[in-house]
Design a protein around this ligand. Structure first.
Ligand code: FDA
Length: 394
């Protein structure tokens, strides 16, 4: 015999950071919520995040650290649920944390503490959870959404899309949010892998031999620059500076690396005055790893003692080291992307409560939406803030 349909105030699809926060906030308002995820447990990306310690927010959170077609969109939700609000929640649950670098906050213990905290925040009498059952159909009529999942049927006047983006498909990530949004007539900003390693081809495959070598650099694409570490890989470039710049990079663009961001443009000709017998290789190697130095020197095609080289040549070499242009031929794709840029267009949803203007009762939150944060806890802060905004409204 078929199960009887259940009736709720809201159905939330996806029990990641955004969906869990939304369920907790709505449940605490006494709303009857059904939270459905096809994975066998909630918050799988939280569990693997930050190397298992979850970089759960960034104290430097501000709207200019997010990419979106509408750069103002994230302001409202981020200002109404801040990093300080999430830290207060973490503190209330007695979870110890530390700042690693650049405002990035991590659990001292394990990411599991964040998932357990969010589950504990969902009042049992208000929030029903279903894991491990596939959603097979969704429809809308007479002001109610109907969701079929694992042989069950549920109805609610509000439906929240919180199923994230397609990055890391092997963890159960899908493009489900986009299919569903399209079904209800919402526009999608072309999704693309972000916070993702870049690949090098052609002549630049030479750099692949440096796999494992890293250096503190400034990586620049257009007007955007990040000063962090870059890492050479067997496919191309990675490390925080590259992951950050990858979100801004488009096919056909170059990425400029300043390998010596602390040095003046005439540092080599100045060094020549002090140490004319010093070799160019040793001068560069004083600042960069040996293998990297050797590869760069080979490409610059200049060698010998500084005293035997003209200032013009030295300044030109210094300029190349500070403006090294790579032409990535692609990225490592959604399989390796920490997040997805693009998604459900912000033009379709209210920045106040995340509801789709044209489709009453339909909400979209978290990574499914065209809002993408920098590396360093910004994406979770968006998940919490957008989940909170919708949780207050449903
Ligand atoms: P999220 O993807 O977390 O959740 C979506 C949920 O929907 C999942 O539980 C999924 O199973 C479910 N789902 C998908 N399709 C479905 C379907 N068809 N039916 C039912 N359920 C479905 N960010 C950060 O700020 N700090 C960090 O330390 C890290 N670290 C990190 C490491 C790695 C390896 C990755 C891949 C990503 C990060 N991130 C991060 C990014 C961060 O994980 C991401 O931005 C948030 O998890 C997004 O939260 P959402 O809830 O929107 O989606």
């Amino acid at each position: 015999m078929a199960n009887l349909p259940t009736h709720h105030d809201a159905i939330i699809l996806g029990a990641g950071g955004a969906g869990l926060m939304c369920a907790a906030v709505a449940g605490q308002r006494g709303r009857n919520v059904l939270l459905i995820d096809h994975a066998d447990e909630p918050g799988k990306k939280i569990l693997i995040s930050g190397g298992g310690r979850c970089n759960f927010t960034n104290i430097g959170t501000s709207p200019d650290r997010y990419l979106s077609q509408n750069r103002h969109f994230a302001k409202s939700a981020l200002s109404r649920y801040t990093a300080a609000d999430f830290i207060a929640l973490v503190d209330r649950h007695g979870i110890d944390w530390h700042e690693k670098t650049l405002g990035q906050l991590f659990c001292d213990g394990s990411a599991r503490q964040i998932v357990d905290m969010l589950l504990a925040e969902c009042p049992e009498q208000a929030v029903t959870m279903s894991f491990g059952k596939a959603i097979t159909d969704i429809s809308h009529s007479d002001g109610r959404y109907r969701v079929e999942y694992g042989g069950e049927t549920a109805f609610a006047p509000s439906l929240v899309i919180a199923t994230g983006g397609p990055s890391i498909p092997k963890m159960g990530a899908t493009g489900f949010a986009y299919d569903l949004a399209r079904k209800f007539g919402l526009k999608i900003v072309e999704p693309r892998p972000a916070l993702v390693p870049l690949t090098l081809g052609g002549e630049e495959t030479l750099f692949r031999s440096l796999s494992g070598v890293s250096a503190p650099v400034t990586a620049r694409c257009g007007k955007t620059a990040f000063r962090e570490a870059a890492l050479f890989t067997h496919k191309g470039l990675s490390g925080p500076a590259i992951l950050q710049i990858s979100s801004y990079w488009q096919h056909g663009e170059s990425v400029e690396i300043d390998f010596l961001p602390d040095l003046q443009s005439d540092w080599l000709s100045q060094a020549k005055k002090q140490l004319p017998r010093l070799s160019l290789k040793k001068a560069i190697n004083a600042h960069l790893p040996t293998r990297l130095t050797e590869t760069l020197i080979e490409r610059i095609a200049l060698e010998g003692e500084l005293g035997n080289l003209t200032d013009k040549k030295l300044d030109e070499a210094a300029r190349r080291l500070s403006h090294w242009r790579f032409m990535p031929n692609g990225t490592e794709g959604f399989a390796k992307a920490e997040v997805t840029a693009g998604g459900i267009s912000t033009a379709e949803i209210s920045s106040k409560n995340m509801e789709a203007g044209q489709v009453p009762g339909l909400y979209a939150i978290g990574e499914a939406v065209d809002v993408t944060g920098w590396l360093g806890g910004y994406n979770f802060q968006w998940a919490w803030a957008s989940g909170h905004a919708a949780g207050k409204a449903i």
